[in-house]
Design a protein around this ligand. Structure first.
Ligand code: C2O
Length: 478
């Protein structure tokens, strides 16, 4: 395939210079692509269906998205890149900028940048191709912003490895649409931003409709940019395993021709794919992690090898209000583990994982949940921030299939490495050896002016949503 000779720059949609044509050209191209025949692979409908669709019978390369897997990042990088080429060709046809590149939405920068870029909101004439009515109305109007604990990539960027269930890029799986081992960046910000933008049953909330919303592509340019940043750290490395580097995925180019790429062909985006990202003035965005992070074990143990020391006995229902569950820890199991039993000093050498699984529901309610461990009663926003370990969101909940080759469990599963917080609690003498208390607090769009700590408060107006069941919460010592 032909590679552009000049390196094109993907820029921040919120900080484009006055008079810049990028978004207007995108709108015109979206309109043109919508007018193409549905069986034209470069049409809007066809491109969206390549991610996912419920339309039958499927055309070639429909329903190709890769989620809950280490192929999440490479598949979406390829998908977005070919889409960008198709849009650029349409932009050129209508006399737009020849060097058009897809902009990104950096919701993790906070403040106004965490609100939906203006070009995607409703226009007075009501004919804006970038607007979609099927979004959370708070996000769509700009009243509600993506909260930092949902939009910040900082926790994902701290993951030292690519491969693994709590690592940056996800665990080893086969090829397929919905697996159960997402990496850190797929969970936050990726999945959670889908739900917050789509709201209850909007386009972005469901993988079968998400790519039909024009903001999808700016969201994915941002996720791709986060990978670009992560991989730019000399201590980080993309997978070298041939099951990843040689895996081929197929797409259509701007001429409607079927084309292929492998993992080995996309790691150097400037050299191999001809694009780069505008340097981010926001890369020092506030993180939602406690400052006292001390852990940087280069090779944390695989959570698959860790030992379960306790599990909740009842399912938990999430329907819009905070909820908690207690996980009793089995002392006998802890004592039988090699390396000093449950003495707090020994515990602080371990990796501790929280497994939240058998998550089932009819559909993605849009609302996500912050996960807090041992949150004190009546905690202040500042305390809550320190006890926050990760998030729960439900993108793909309708589609997760029977697990392949796993002993039990259906539904979504999230694994969170809570070692940092455990170590901190042990050091402060606040660790309870007999039980772990897990609190889920709803995450909804927030006032764009709210401070980072205010964003950890329970949302003031709780909106009920269709229930989601968390089957089991368990604790593993690695
Ligand atoms: Cu394949 Cu953002 O989803």
């Amino acid at each position: 395939m032909s590679i552009e000779t000049a390196v094109l720059v993907r820029r921040n949609a919120w900080t484009l210079p006055d008079g810049d044509e990028t978004l207007a050209a995108y709108a015109a191209a979206v309109r043109a692509m919508r007018e193409r025949d549905a069986d034209d692979p470069t049409s809007w409908v066809y491109q969206a269906a390549m991610h996912g669709t419920s339309a039958e019978p499927p055309e070639p390369l429909w329903n190709g998205c890769q989620h809950g897997t280490w192929f999440f990042l490479p598949w979406h990088r390829m998908y977005v890149w070919f889409f960008e080429r198709i849009v650029r060709a349409a932009v050129r046809e209508t006399g737009g900028p020849a060097d058009w590149a897809l902009p990104y939405w950096d919701y993790g920068a906070g403040g106004v940048q965490a609100t939906l870029p203006l070009a995607f909101r409703d226009s007075p004439g009501g004919d804006n191709p970038l607007f979609a009515a099927e979004r959370d109305p708070r996000v769509n109007s700009g009243r509600g912003a993506i909260p930092l604990l949902a939009g910040s990539a900082a926790p994902a960027l701290e993951r030292p490895l690519f491969v693994g269930r709590t690592q940056f890029g996800g665990a080893v799986t086969g090829v397929g649409q919905f697996w159960r081992s997402p990496g850190a960046v797929e969970q936050t910000p990726h999945n959670i931003v889908h739900g917050l933008v789509g709201g209850d049953d909007g386009l972005m909330s469901n993988p079968l409709t998400a790519a039909a919303d024009p903001i999808f592509w700016l969201h994915h340019a941002n996720v791709d940019r986060i990978w670009f940043d992560w991989a730019g750290d000399p201590e980080h490395a993309d997978p070298t395993d041939s099951r990843w580097t040689d895996q081929t995925f197929s797409f259509f180019d701007e001429d409607g021709q079927q084309v292929q790429l492998t993992g080995a062909e996309i790691g150097d985006v400037a050299g191999q794919l001809g694009y780069t990202y505008e340097p981010a003035p926001t890369s020092g965005a506030p993180t939602s992690r406690p400052e006292a992070v001390t852990m940087s074990t280069p090779n944390p143990p695989d959570p698959e090898q860790a030992e379960m020391v306790g599990a909740s006995e009842q399912p938990t229902e999430l329907a819009g209000a905070p909820a908690s569950v207690t996980v009793p820890i089995d002392r006998a199991t802890v004592e039988s583990l090699a390396g000093g039993g449950d003495a707090p000093e020994a515990l602080s050498e371990r990796h501790v994982y929280l497994n939240i699984e058998d998550i089932e529901g009819e559909r993605n309610p849009g609302t996500a949940y912050g996960v807090y461990v041992n949150l004190p009663e009546g905690a202040s926003a500042a305390q809550a921030r320190r006890h926050h370990v990760g998030n729960l969101s439900f993108f793909g909940i309708e589609h997760v299939r029977e697990p392949r080759g796993d002993a039990h469990a259906h539904g979504l599963r999230y694994t969170i490495d809570i070692s940092d917080l455990v170590r901190e609690l042990v050091a402060q003498g606040r660790w309870n050896q007999d039980a772990l208390h897990v609190t889920f607090r709803p995450i909804e769009p927030v006032d764009p002016e709210a401070s980072e700590e205010e964003q950890h408060a329970v949302p003031e107006s709780l909106s009920e949503h269709s229930p989601v069941q968390v089957g089991r919460v368990s604790v593993f010592y690695g």
